[in-house]
Design a protein around this ligand. Structure first.
Ligand code: ADP
Length: 501
């Protein structure tokens, strides 16, 4: 084993990590990268290398595309919708059966507390799989009453069919590695596509274990290919590949733009779930205890590494001091530690790079004159820890109030009126989510109508479900994942005309 691991690690996790190289899944087989390259992956709580992973590049992507196409031409296109449902359901069962092991792997590779991976990510991932497992037998077209003005009296049968797009590539980030993988794999396969997944270079392990479960479930070879690698290597090769029909991407807005540019060659379909700088707005008439919990969890869940983090908290002036002190006092008591320790409330950030990035933002906040109320420092030890950090006296123009930090750093700002709250909430190039805390129903709905965001949570925060659409306004992305909306963009719509004259 490349590194000493703390107890209690599941024996199967030990066995998994003890493998010399974690290979790529292409065409139903585990293969080394054609270049022979490997890269290290880390435990962010200790900074230790925990596994060596084959690094996919262009030629591996080419091979995966060929395998995916072969699957599409062969057994996968012949699988009935009911057979696709059974396979997805079986995979969900396997995810549930191995939940503890998958959760530990996720925590070891990403850093998040085991409670979050086991009670949050895993059940959500399997519920997504089960939701989409129900879809294949329900994806149908329509008959359409047509009247053709230049063919008076002519009769036609017109119907629509939803067909698979072909080869779908998913490029995903490191904050919810398994959940994101399943969120893309499930609708893609439900719709009959073949699938190529590039997990983030920081967190390839749970996706690779998922690949083993895909084979165990019995999906035909080539239907699912898993290619760990780096953005400029495997990621860019997928985005520009002439025979990948769609890319579903989650990550930074900057990389989203790169993907858009790279996709123009074959005009592949894109869905993009990008950054956020989300407002969480607390009115004085709210249930303040609930709002305090929502403010805290809204920013610090997953170490603040959520595209939906409530990183700009607006509190109505009369309750500002009270709420700011509730938040900063609570932040000071957070138990940080390795995610596998059940007592840990907040784990490390995912990487040394991310830690440096977040600390640089904290530094910029200080320099621009914001008031640091708690946190602000790296944690002790070799792990990539950053303390939960609360800033007050923040101006909308400051860098920490405008840019996505993707870490445990929150800006808390007072406001005087609902109009002001709306104006400042919308003062961002992003539009992913927003939170609103008030007991006034009318005000709640007025806020929901006025905020430009893909999701508005009223008196709650960070709730997601397989059936509820997820995606952003403005530079937070294109399209919606989850729910029936996903079925639309993982399929092509065909129009068929039959002359009945
Ligand atoms: P984050 O800022 O959360 O790390 P990124 O947007 O950098 O997110 O990365 C998200 C995913 O995009 C990762 O899988 C990464 O490897 C991939 N990626 C990064 N750069 C590119 C690129 N130029 N083309 C395609 N994929 C990329």
């Amino acid at each position: 084993m490349p590194a000493v691991l703390d107890n209690p690690v599941h024996p199967s996790v030990r066995e998994f990590l003890s493998r010399k190289i974690h290979k790529l899944l292409i065409g139903g087989e585990w293969r080394e990268a054609l270049s022979g390259k490997i890269f290290d992956t880390y435990n962010p709580a200790t900074g230790d290398v925990i596994a060596h992973v084959a690094e996919a590049n262009q030629s591996d992507v080419d091979l995966a595309v060929k395998s995916a196409q072969k699957a599409l031409e062969g057994p996968w296109s012949k699988a009935t919708p009911a057979e696709r449902e059974k396979l997805l359901w079986k995979l969900a069962d396997l995810v549930d059966k191995n939940a503890e092991e998958l959760a530990q792997l996720e925590t070891l590779n990403n850093g998040k507390p085991i409670r979050e991976s086991l009670k949050g990510d895993l059940p959500l991932a399997s519920s997504l799989m089960r939701y989409f497992a129900g879809w294949p037998t329900k994806i149908h077209g329509e008959t359409t009453p047509v009247s053709v003005p230049y063919a008076p009296g002519a009769r036609f049968l017109h119907y629509t069919v939803r067909e698979p797009l072909g080869v779908v590539g998913a490029i995903i980030p490191w904050n919810f590695p398994l959940l994101m993988a399943i969120e893309r794999l499930a609708p893609a396969l439900a719709c009959g596509n073949a699938f190529i997944l590039k997990p983030a270079e920081q967190t390839p392990l749970s996706a690779l274990r998922l690949g083993e479960l895909v084979l165990e479930a019995g999906f035909p070879a080539g239907v699912v290919n898993i290619l760990p690698g780096f953005g400029p290597g495997a990621g860019a090769a997928m985005a520009s590949h002439p025979e990948i029909d769609k890319i579903t991407f989650t990550g930074s807005t900057e990389v989203g733009r790169e993907i858009v540019k790279a996709s123009t060659g074959n005009l592949k379909r894109l869905s993009l779930e990008l950054g956020g700088k989300s407002p969480n707005i607390v009115f004085a008439d709210a249930d303040l205890d609930a709002a305090a919990k929502g403010m805290f969890m809204g920013i610090f869940y997953n170490q603040g590494q959520c595209c939906s983090a409530g990183s700009r908290v607006f509190v109505e002036r009369s309750k500002f001091d009270e709420m700011v002190s509730k938040l900063s006092e609570r932040a000071k008591t957070v138990r940080q530690g390795p995610g596998l320790d059940p007592k840990t409330q907040m784990g490390p950030l995912v990487s040394e790079e991310q830690k440096k990035r977040v600390l640089a933002y904290i530094d910029s906040g200080r320099k621009e004159g914001a008031k640091l109320l708690s946190g602000g420092a790296p944690g002790a030890g070799k792990g990539f820890f950053v303390e939960p950090t609360v800033f007050a006296d923040v101006k909308d123009e400051m860098k920490i109030a405008r840019e996505e930090i993707f870490g445990p750093v929150v800006c808390v700002m007072p406001f005087e009126s609902a109009d002001e709250a709306v104006r400042r909430a919308n003062l961002t190039r992003y539009g992913l989510v927003a939170g609103v805390w008030t007991k006034d129903v009318k005000k709640a709905h007025q806020m929901a109508a006025s905020i430009k965001a893909g999701t508005v949570w009223i008196n709650c925060y960070h709730f997601v479900d397989a059936a509820a659409p997820w995606g952003g306004y403005k530079e937070s992305g294109w399209g919606r994942e989850k729910g029936p909306y996903a079925i639309e963009h993982y399929t092509e719509l065909k129009s068929v005309w039959v002359d009945l004259n």
